[in-house]
Design a binder for this molecule. Structure first.
Ligand code: IPE
Ligand code: IPE
Ligand code: MG
Length: 237
């Protein structure tokens, strides 16, 4: 087993508190947050991580003040527009998960365009969770299976009906900002993921912090229900 996670998922939290602590409007925290996301995307690609999933906007985030929602959508559109050429150059394949048809048409177009333009990328896959909620995702998957007349459901069959079909489950989940919860993120996919929580707010989560998380992951023993002794024996073979 490689000490480098194949798939890292991140709950990027703390933009609002970062802004507050700098006496800035919340939106400035989100602006800084986008910059840090770009830094972490680059660091992940350079380190050879194959899949990076970023929780950018939850289904529940629609309930925030309208001006904040509008600003977040504007940042998303700008990010896709500006970063698409770079993703194409660097072989990053873009994918969105979540209920993206809740976004305005122009944003949906941008999501489709970026997905299409980067589909042959052979490097890292960047997955943005946009208007994403894990319970909603699982319900949709169940509806899909019912629609297909499936009666016998296995974990493999359900996995393939989720938005994340074809993507291996995350090896490492990082949540910033000192909150110890999952907030409706990838509930199914996180079954055996290693969890890493840090008090650092997302706008302060630079590459050194990311490396700390990767190092912590490398020291974990993933037992998947087995005993430590069984694993040692397996390693020795
Ligand atoms: C995370 O930062 C970004 C989104 C949820 C879009 P927050 O905006 O949740 O920041 P806090 O939690 O209020 O500090
Ligand atoms: C989770 O952060 C969603 C994203 C990071 C996009 P929140 O800040 O919305 O989570 P809660 O509401 O504090 O659990
Ligand atoms: Mg938050």
């Amino acid at each position: 087993m490689s000490p480098l996670p194949t798939h890292v998922a991140i709950i990027m939290d703390g933009n609002g508190r970062w802004a507050e602590s700098h006496r800035l409007p919340r939106i400035e925290g989100h602006r800084k947050g986008v910059e840090v996301s770009e830094e972490i995307i680059t660091a992940s690609r350079e380190r050879g991580i194959r899949y990076l999933t970023l929780y950018a906007f939850s289904e529940e985030n629609w309930n925030r003040p309208q001006e904040e929602v509008i600003a977040l959508i504007a940042f998303l559109k700008q990010f896709l527009r500006e970063k698409c050429p770079k993703m194409m150059r660097e072989g990053i394949r873009f994918r969105a998960i979540g209920n993206t048809d809740r976004f305005p048409d122009d944003v949906q177009d941008e999501i489709r365009r970026t997905t299409e333009a980067t589909r042959d990328g052979k490097g890292m896959t960047l997955i943005l969770a946009l208007s994403y909620g894990a319970r909603q995702e699982i319900c949709s998957a169940v509806e899909t299976l019912i629609g297909q007349g499936v009666h016998k459901v296995t974990p493999e069959i359900l996995s393939e009906a989720l938005d994340t079909r074809g993507i291996p489950d995350p090896d490492l989940l990082i949540r910033t900002s000192g909150e110890y919860r999952i907030s409706n993120f990838l509930l199914w996919q996180l079954a055996y993921t290693e969890l890493y929580f840090t008090k650092t707010l997302w706008p302060d989560f630079h590459e050194e912090e990311f490396v700390k998380a990767l190092d912590a992951y490398a020291r974990r023993e993933r037992r998947f229900g087995m005993t430590s002794q069984q694993l040692q024996r397996k390693k020795a073979v």
